[in-house]
Design a protein around this ligand. Structure first.
Ligand code: ADP
Ligand code: MG
Length: 256
């Protein structure tokens, strides 16, 4: 069965989308069959993987409204072994439109249940909020991967996120676990990055990935070419680090 991993942190700008894009692509390069699900109305995972957000195809918003089937919404073979369920700005209305829906916490879980087995990994990019879209990602997922930016306020909001994950596990999805924390935008030239990593490790009783994602300008450039880092600059430190992260994610799956 496909392992479903939600990339979540209600803080914006911590590297969720960058991680969702490049982890998905790195898993696909390893021969894993991958589905990327874009749950952020900004649609940056979609465009970063080369999907035109404004094409006429149905997307996750139509899926949530029940107006399209999941097969109609998925873009097949965006890259070798990689399919994408894209979003666009319309998704921002979904929270309101779901208010009266009794099943609103499980819309995505139920909508994709028939295709989960077609994939080895399903990677969900969450929006920067703990609203209904993120709850849907958490009820769908087996694991949560939490990117933490190496900056002064790294721990801020983290306990809130962990509480939310625990609550979802208790009440809505007993399978859910915290897959691990990944540090992002690590700057080896400053002491701050190192201090943040040590401080978070001391204060957080969670699995932390050995791979630390460095600050690498190539990672920031790649999305404007609609390419993951392994295509844009496979020799960059960013590409290498996401290859290593993918290895860790694959091997964790094998241990279970
Ligand atoms: P989020 O999805 O959590 O809001 P993003 O992945 O969009 O965060 O990252 C925020 C910004 O930081 C983007 O402009 C992105 O290109 C840039 N960025 C993310 N990770 C890195 C990195 N490791 N090195 C350099 N820039 C990065
Ligand atoms: Mg994002």
């Amino acid at each position: 069965m496909g392992r479903i991993i939600a990339v979540a942190n209600q803080k914006g700008g911590v590297g969720k989308t960058t991680t969702a894009i490049n982890l998905s692509a790195a898993l696909a390069v390893q021969g894993k069959k991958v589905l990327g699900i874009d749950m952020d109305p900004q649609g940056n995972m979609s465009s970063g993987l080369g999907v035109d957000k404004n094409d006429d195809g149905a997307n996750i918003y139509d899926l949530i409204l029940g107006e399209s089937t999941v097969e109609e919404c998925i873009r097949k073979d965006v890259l070798e072994n990689l399919d994408v369920l894209p979003s666009d700005i319309n998704l921002s209305a979904a929270e309101i439109e779901l208010i009266d829906n009794d099943n609103k916490q499980f819309i995505i879980r139920d909508a994709i249940s028939g295709i989960v087995d077609d994939y080895d990994f399903i990677i969900i990019d969450c929006p920067p909020a703990l609203g209904m879209l993120t709850i849907n990602a958490l009820t769908t997922a087996h694991g949560v991967l939490v990117p933490i930016q190496c900056e002064y306020y790294a721990l801020e909001g983290l306990s809130q996120l962990i509480n939310t994950i625990e609550l979802v596990k208790e009440r809505l999805n007993s399978d859910l676990e915290i897959e691990g924390v990944v540090f992002t935008m690590y700057d080896a030239r400053t002491n701050l990055s190192l201090q943040v990593v040590e401080n978070v490790k001391d204060n957080l009783n969670q699995n932390v990935y050995k791979t630390i994602i460095p600050r690498n300008i190539r990672l920031a450039e790649a999305p404007s070419y609609g390419m993951p880092i392994n295509l844009y600059d496979s020799k960059s430190t960013g590409a290498e680090s996401y290859r290593l992260l993918a290895d860790e994610v694959i091997h964790k799956g094998e241990d279970d």
